[in-house]
Design a protein around this ligand. Structure first.
Ligand SMILES: Nc1ncnc2c1ncn2[C@@H]1O[C@H](COP(=O)(O)OP(=O)(O)O)[C@@H](O)[C@H]1O
Ligand SMILES: [Mg+2]
Length: 305
């Protein structure tokens, strides 16, 4: 990290000057901090056990599903074995990976509420090498009510995933937009949480409640849980507004904010319609590159093998 070099007699300008120096080096990232290089990690020589990451924000439309799909695909490109868990009854993750969710007899729902299923039989391969998905559909909307009376109701997803953890390097759980029992299950199973935040007014509204929920779960159910990072999404570098939102998020959360920022581009919904990650739909697009950088950043931070 480049530190603000104090200029005698111009202390108040120190920060601006440091920012200027970094900029002429061409290294300031969209978060306003010096942008480190994230090297391509060495290939893995063996696989598993997986680190589990919950993609969480109780606000909808902030990029959870898009991030799960594209970060997952980018990690798979790096040779990581990746399982994506669709934990939203809308099934957008499954659909976005080409699965016909209405035709599924058995989904993550059945694994949660019924005994005797084999999770391996429910997992599907996607067209991306190394990227698998545990699909969901609207059936999952009944799970929350059904699980309330269960013993250890917060730990059911952890139990469902346990038999396949050695098969994967990363498991990512795409949460629904709520802080209900399904999300609590995801946070209880997880080692880490990624919080996508849309670069919009009120992006931070609700984040305090999410952090409070994460802290409660760390206290009571899952002491290993960490915040892996906060990800600014739908960034528009042409607007002062996006820059201000990112600056305030960095002000608030400091180093927890990923250096990688995801720009707003219609290519993401286009790729979803084509039921593919952007990394394969238009692999050279800067949105795909951003998720590749995020994958390398996550690995550099220790958030994935
Ligand atoms: N960086 C982006 N730029 C433009 N549109 C995006 C971006 N990320 C996601 N979207 C679109 O915004 C909508 C909501 O994103 P999604 O990932 O489904 O959010 P969530 O899972 O948090 O509800 C989707 O239509 C998606 O294609
Ligand atoms: Mg979603």
């Amino acid at each position: 990290m480049t530190e603000a070099r104090p200029v005698p007699g111009r202390e108040t300008l120190g920060e601006t000057e440091a920012a200027f120096q970094i900029r002429i080096d061409g290294q300031t990232g969209a978060t306003g901090r010096p942008l480190p290089e994230f090297p391509v990690p060495a290939p893995l020589t063996s696989h598993g056990p997986a680190r589990i990451i919950a993609m969480c924000n109780q606000k909808g439309g902030v990029g959870k599903t898009t991030t799960t799909i594209n970060l997952g695909a980018a990690l798979a490109e790096l040779g990581r074995r990746v399982l994506l868990v669709d934990f939203d009854p809308q099934g957008a993750l499954s659909v976005g990976l080409g699965i016909n969710v209405n035709e599924l007899d058995v989904t993550v729902y059945n694994l949660l509420v019924e005994r005797g299923h084999d999770v391996r039989q429910v997992i599907q391969h996607t067209r991306v090498e190394g990227l698998d998905v545990l699909p969901a559909n609207i059936d999952l909307s009944a799970a929350e009510v059904q699980l309330v009376g269960e013993v250890a109701r917060e730990q059911i997803l952890a139990r469902v995933l346990r038999p396949v953890l050695d098969d994967y390097d990363v498991v990512m759980v795409d949460c629904q937009p709520s802080l209900g029992l399904l999300t609590v299950n995801a946070l209880t199973a997880a080692h880490g949480v990624i919080i996508p935040l849309e670069c919009e007014f009120f992006a931070m509204r609700g984040v305090a409640l999410l952090i409070e929920t994460i802290e409660k779960i760390t206290d009571r159910l899952n002491p290993r849980l960490q915040v892996d990072g906060i990800l600014a999404t739908m960034y528009d570098g042409r607007t002062l507004h996006s820059k201000e939102v990112v600056a305030s998020v960095v002000d608030h959360f400091g180093d927890q904010v990923f250096h990688t920022v995801i720009s707003r581009t219609v290519k993401f919904p286009d790729a979803s319609l084509a039921a593919e990650p952007l990394t394969t739909y238009d692999g050279a697009h800067k949105g795909a590159e951003a998720y590749r950088q995020l994958a390398r950043e996550l690995i550099a931070r220790g958030g994935a093998a």
